[in-house]
Design a protein around this ligand. Structure first.
Ligand code: NYM
Length: 212
């Protein structure tokens, strides 16, 4: 009998919502319970494309806005063969940011519409679950100053949040809003419950194509 596929689980949210901490805790909890799981993140800065993106985010280089949007998308596409292989082998992937960050961040820039921003990512492996870690700008501010990378300002993050809210209205994607203002452990428990349900359901479903 062919092995049951893993689930594709994405965590999204504005900066400081706790995505990376929660991704790591989720992978650990799944592994501890005997379920194969691995973490991935986008941008994946180690590839050639990822290095171009990283230099841009660190303000070490300038790239034209459409160009960098397409590079972020290309960075996802270049990892699709590996993602599919792992999912087919039964490994659940817990992904820190995906196409939704791509669309939310670029469409928060002047002169970009959601529709154009979504196009390059149409057909990517569709997440079985996207959890949006919700945190108000005021609560995010309590968590300290933003870093030094591009996009890390209050004004821009508010615009990004609005774009995410728009994307979450799309019923073709399995969104779950998670209250990220709770304690790390409470958020983790919430995320784990949703993830286990999704892993069980995904075993018997084919992997979908995003926004198709
Ligand atoms: N970002 C991330 C984008 O602008 N487009 C994308 O497609 C993705 C995946 O990169 N501020 C932005 C959001 C973040 C920044 O992410 C780097 P991280 O998780 O801080 O490494």
């Amino acid at each position: 009998m062919a092995c049951k596929r893993g689930a594709l689980i994405v965590l999204e949210g504005v900066d400081k919502a706790g995505k990376t901490t929660q991704c790591k805790k989720l992978v650990h909890a799944l592994q501890q319970s005997g379920r194969p799981a691995e973490m991935m993140r986008f941008p994946e800065r180690t590839t050639t494309i990822g290095q171009l993106i990283s230099a841009y985010l660190e303000n070490k280089s300038d790239l034209e806005d459409h160009t960098v949007h397409l590079l972020f998308s290309a960075n996802r596409w270049e990892l699709v063969p590996l993602m599919k292989k792992k999912l087919e082998q039964g490994t659940t992937l817990v992904v820190d940011r995906y196409a939704f960050s791509g669309v939310a961040f670029t469409s928060a820039k002047p002169g970009f519409c959601l529709d154009w921003c979504m196009k390059p990512d149409v057909g990517l492996p569709k997440p079985d679950l996207v959890m949006f870690l919700q945190l108000s700008p005021a609560e995010a501010a309590l968590r300290g100053q933003f870093g030094e990378e591009r996009y890390e300002t209050n004004v821009f993050q508010r615009a990004v949040q609005q774009k995410f809210e728009h994307l979450m209205k799309d019923p073709s994607v399995n969104w779950r809003a998670i209250d990220a203002s709770q304690s790390v452990e409470d958020v983790h428990e919430n995320i784990t419950t949703h993830s286990l349900n999704t892993i069980n359901a995904a075993e018997n479903l084919p992997l979908g194509e995003l926004w198709k």
